[in-house]
Every structure is written in C-alpha cells, then in structure tokens.
Design a protein. Structure first.
Length: 300
C-alpha cells in the first residue's frame, strides 16, 4: 500500500518539526515491521504513553531545526516538487509526507523541507482548501490528514494501517487526547468530543483517514466552510461508504495526542464569544472567515 500523510500548516514554525519527526518515525516503525502491531501493546516510556506532546518551540535564527543535521539536498528542498516515496523494508508499505504551506509568514515551509517533507503551497488561507491542495498533490492510495500541532504515534498508525488493509474501510478517524497538564475545561471538552465522535462517527479534523479514490468521489473537503469541514466530510464519506458496503470507523485504542493551545492563546471571553456566535448562527459562522478568527488570525 502507498500512504500519503497530508499536513496543512499556517504559521506552524513552533510545531511543524516535532510533528514531522513523529510522523516519519511512526511510518518507519510500521514499515520496518517493528514491535508495534495492531495487536501489540504500546511501547514503554514517556514518549509512548500518549500523554507527552513534543514541545512546540520557536525557531532560533540560523535555519531549520533538524535532528539529522542539514536539510536534505535535491528535489525535496526545491519547493513544490515532491520527493520520491520512501520504500518499506518489505516493499509492502510506502509513504510520503506532504506539508501544505497555507500562506505562512514564518519559517514553516523551510522547516518542513528541512525535515524531509514535500512542501506545496496554497495561497488562500483556509483549512479545507489546504487539505484539498495536499490531496491533489498526493500519490497515495490512502490519505491521512494530520494537524501540525499533533503527534502521530506508531501505535495509532499501525491501527490505522490495519484498518486500511482490512478491505472493508472507506475511512475514519481517531479519538483525541490533550497533553498532561491540560485544564479541567479541556479535559471536559475531550470527553464530550469522544462521546460525540463515537456516537455519530465524526472524525476530528486533527486526524482523518480515507481511501484516495473515495476522497475524490466525495469531492474532498467543502471549501465553503472555514470550520467543521471534517464533520461535513465525515457525513458525506459515511453516506458513500454505505452505498458501497464499506465502513467508516473511529479508532479508540490509541488516541491522537494533540495540542490544547487555544485555551492559552485566547481569553475565556474570546472563546465564549466564538461559541455564542456559532450557536446563534451556525451556518453563517462556519462560512465566514472573520467569524472564525481563532482559527485564522495567525496566533500560534
């Protein structure tokens, strides 16, 4: 199988390097047939516990962060050209990682190239459009849409690949978890979302996977929406899956570790104003970029 991991990124220089390192590490572990399997247990140690998010940190002057030294030479560093996919040890699992630079004004694109990802550019600052741009460039049979402030574990990826290879899946998502130290409000929100995600089989936007051909058949993410495009996509993909005798699943064993940064970036009053707008006029709010300012004002 050939998997494309697509990461939309707008001013994500604090997080993109750690996100990419975990994504590449998870892919290599699965490709090498390591200790993590759909039926195995999670590895020991704090990084594997699901509770510790690699630090999102500012970029020091002097170039991209990379644990491997200099940025890779060749096509991957040149801009929008995609690097060759990385072969698995058994040639049965191949993957590529694509970062969609969504008109960033910081070092997001340079950092992503430095970590070995392909980078494509989407000039209009919109999450749905960025994801669709990444999908258009992707070559995989399966897509995973991953948020830049999230950590992809090898356990979750192994579970996902197992579901993909079952032959019965159209796509799905995973439960999400906030890091240790998250506030009670965020822990409550985590539980509420878990209940909704299980009950309605809605994929969180931070982790959506699907067959590439079915993604195209649905038309991709709805570009009239500035938020909740993942719920709209989940609904449409579920309908298509039913017609084809396939399933849409929410994986629950290994939640995706994702950032709780909005609670620290915005005041309680700003967050409350947004939710009141959404509850009062959901259709209008979801389609108006200015109303969704906590997603698009560039604060990270």
């Amino acid at each position: 199988m050939f998997l494309s991991i697509i990461i939309p990124a707008y001013n994500e220089e604090k997080c993109i390097a750690s996100c990419l390192r975990t994504a590449f590490a998870a892919c290599r572990t699965v490709a090498e047939g390591g200790p993590l399997s759909p039926h195995g247990s999670p590895p020991a140690g704090p990084a594997a516990s699901g509770n510790s998010l690699p630090a999102c940190r500012p970029v020091a002057e002097g170039g991209p962060l990379s644990p491997h030294g200099s940025p890779p030479a060749g096509p991957a560093a040149s801009g929008n050209s995609l690097p060759a996919c990385r072969p698995a040890a058994d040639e049965g699992f191949r993957f590529e990682v694509i970062v969609v630079d969504n008109n960033s004004t910081d070092q997001t694109a340079a950092l992503a190239r430095g970590e070995g990802a392909a980078v494509v550019f989407e000039p209009k600052n919109q999450i749905a459009r960025a994801r669709n741009r990444g999908a258009a460039a992707a070559k995989g049979e399966w897509f995973i849409f991953l948020d830049a402030d999230s950590t992809l574990s090898a356990d979750l990826l192994a579970d996902t690949v197992h579901a993909m290879r079952s032959g019965r899946m159209a796509g799905g998502g995973a439960l999400v978890r906030f890091p240790d130290g998250a506030s009670r409000v965020m822990r409550f929100g985590e539980k509420v979302w878990a209940a909704l995600s299980r009950a309605f089989r809605w994929a969180a936007g931070s982790y959506v996977f699907c067959r590439a051909d079915l993604f195209r058949e649905t038309g991709g993410f709805n570009e009239s929406l500035y938020i909740s495009e993942e719920i709209d996509f989940s609904r449409r993909l579920k309908r298509l899956a039913r017609r084809k005798g396939l399933r849409f699943v929410i994986l629950t064993r290994f939640p995706l570790l994702t950032s709780d940064r909005k609670i620290s970036l915005y005041s309680p009053s700003a967050l409350l104003r947004f939710w009141l707008r959404l509850l009062a006029a959901p259709r209008k709010t979801r389609r108006d970029r200015e109303s969704c300012d906590i997603w698009y004002d560039g604060k990270r």
